[in-house]
Write a protein that binds this ligand. Structure first.
Ligand SMILES: *Cc1c(COP(=O)(O)O)cnc(C)c1O
Length: 468
């Protein structure tokens, strides 16, 4: 490609991306595309000969549009979805242009150094121990996976078994303990690690989804001495935003010789805010932590972070050799801290986001989202919906009062709100009751976005009541 063609291609792409981001606040949040239409646009035979590059980008932009969800806008409240800060999108472009293989220091000294600094900053912000190893993975699923791989390695080593080298057949059994509200990615990690998701002991929770610590104490004291044990707690329940009592849980784990892992996909960021820090009290006492940057830090996908207090356990669980691999003495390659070998320099957009926000910016981002969540809860309650959770963070859970508490009415309401298009949210089952969940995670969400969205939700509710 000639220099002018390259320049034209990249500038064109930047222009299209800019058009999208400038207009994302105005487009309907949910698209209801005709799947067949999308297929018609894309499902052509692979061309025999390559096509013009600029035309490819342009047709991607035009043809994908009906199927692009405005989840990066300010009124997307489904799942737990962050927007992306402009500086982190821009940094992400540089990452692609540089095309670094960030797995090895020799392949990208700059990426390795930036990762190390980013890791230090995150541990500092979240109040986690400076000695913890940090890995930049695709998301909290992989962060949970790798933290639990390290846990598996460590608790079995204590029992004289090297899982990485000897496998699991014949290994001492591991007692897995989670709360009944543990996120689905914890079970998936257990499954992928050969630990058997079904073997996990589920500790009951209170009405906010906090683990019952007395029940945990009971289970732990039922053990036969120091059997290999992994306990998973959470910072920020995916429905209520509630936090486990880390101080007490950590004490119990310590006494039982258990490894304590904390899934804090979004909730760990509460530690960066003065007014919410108390929710994470004691979290630094755990052995490992998993979080996301693509949720609350508003970095583009995919970006998760795993931290493990005992770097050696992590390194031994990801043991990696190859005679051709060039290793620097005294430098631990970044591939020791993720399950991948080659990978993208994904800490760089995170570095850019943190640098542009600064400590106070992260704090404001967290606090603003929590404020917006409280505003939403207030408006919906005033409008006649029942608030189901204590809004301690950015998650709001509501349901319709009798006689509309049934599942069918809720499903119809959720789908009506989604189709209406002002905002997008989803449903969940909460203590046997169908509920509507709202998650506020975007730097873009303004008080006006909340007002518009609450009005749209309540309008749909009134319309549906009138039709029933
Ligand atoms: C989102 C989430 C996960 C999974 O994170 P991914 O980024 O989707 O891999 C795990 N735990 C909790 C509590 C979450 O909210």
């Amino acid at each position: 490609m000639t220099a002018p063609l390259l320049e034209s291609l990249l500038l064109k792409t930047a222009k299209l991306a800019n058009d999208y981001l400038q207009s994302v606040g105005e487009r309907p949040v949910a698209m209801n595309p005709d799947r067949a239409e999308l297929q018609t646009a894309f499902d052509h035979p692979l061309p025999d000969h390559g096509e013009a590059t600029e035309a490819i980008i342009e047709s991607l932009h035009n043809n994908a549009d009906p199927g692009i969800v405005a989840s990066t806008g300010g009124r997307y409240f489904g799942f737990v979805i962050g927007a992306s800060l402009p500086v982190s999108v821009a940094a992400d472009w540089l990452v692609s242009a540089w095309d670094q293989n960030a797995g090895f220091y020799v392949l990208s000294p700059a990426a390795a150094v930036i990762e190390e600094v980013t890791g230090k900053w995150i541990k500092g912000l979240l109040g986690l121990p400076a000695e913890a190893a940090v890995g930049f993975v695709t998301g909290c699923q992989m962060a949970n996976f790798l933290a639990l791989a390290s846990a598996r390695q460590a608790v079995l080593e204590q029992a004289g078994w090297d899982a990485a080298m000897q496998g699991l057949a014949g290994a001492p059994p591991i007692r897995l303990i989670t709360s009944e509200h543990a996120h689905g990615t914890i079970d998936r990690a257990f499954a992928m690690l050969g630990l058997g998701a079904k073997t996990a002991i589920r500790i009951p929770c209170d009405e906010e989804a906090r683990m019952n610590v007395d029940a945990l104490a009971n289970v732990l004291s039922n053990g036969r001495g120091m059997e290999p044990t992994i306990v998973c707690a959470q910072a920020g329940d995916v429905n209520t935003g509630a936090f486990d009592d880390f101080v007490r849980i950590a004490q119990l784990c310590k006494a039982a010789g258990a490894w304590l892992h904390v899934d804090g996909a979004f909730g760990l960021w509460a530690a960066a805010s003065n007014s919410h820090q108390h929710l994470t009290e004691g979290v630094q006492l755990a052995d490992s932590w998993a979080t996301d940057a693509h949720k609350w830090l508003n970095v583009p996908y995919d970006s998760g972070v795993v931290m493990v207090r005992h770097p050696e356990a992590m390194i031994r669980s990801t043991r990696y050799h190859g005679d051709y691999l060039v290793r620097m003495e005294d430098i631990q390659d970044p591939c020791m801290f993720t399950p991948e070998s080659s990978r993208r320099a994904r800490a760089i957009p995170l570095f850019a986001a943190l640098k542009s926000l600064g400590r106070t910016g992260v704090e404001r981002l967290v606090e603003r989202c929590c404020e917006r969540a409280r505003q939403m809860a207030h408006l919906l309650s005033e409008g006649g919906l029942f608030l189901l959770n204590d809004v301690v963070l950015n998650q709001v859970l509501v349901c319709c009062p009798p006689p509309y508490e049934n599942e069918r009415f809720h499903d119809a309401l959720i789908s009506r709100i989604q189709k209406e298009g002002t905002c997008w949210l989803g449903g969940t089952m909460w203590n046997g009751q169908k509920a509507i969940r709202i998650s506020v995670c975007s730097y873009r969400t303004t008080p006006d976005d909340i007002e518009q969205s609450a009005a749209a939700i309540l309008r749909c509710y009134e319309e549906l009541k009138a039709a029933n």
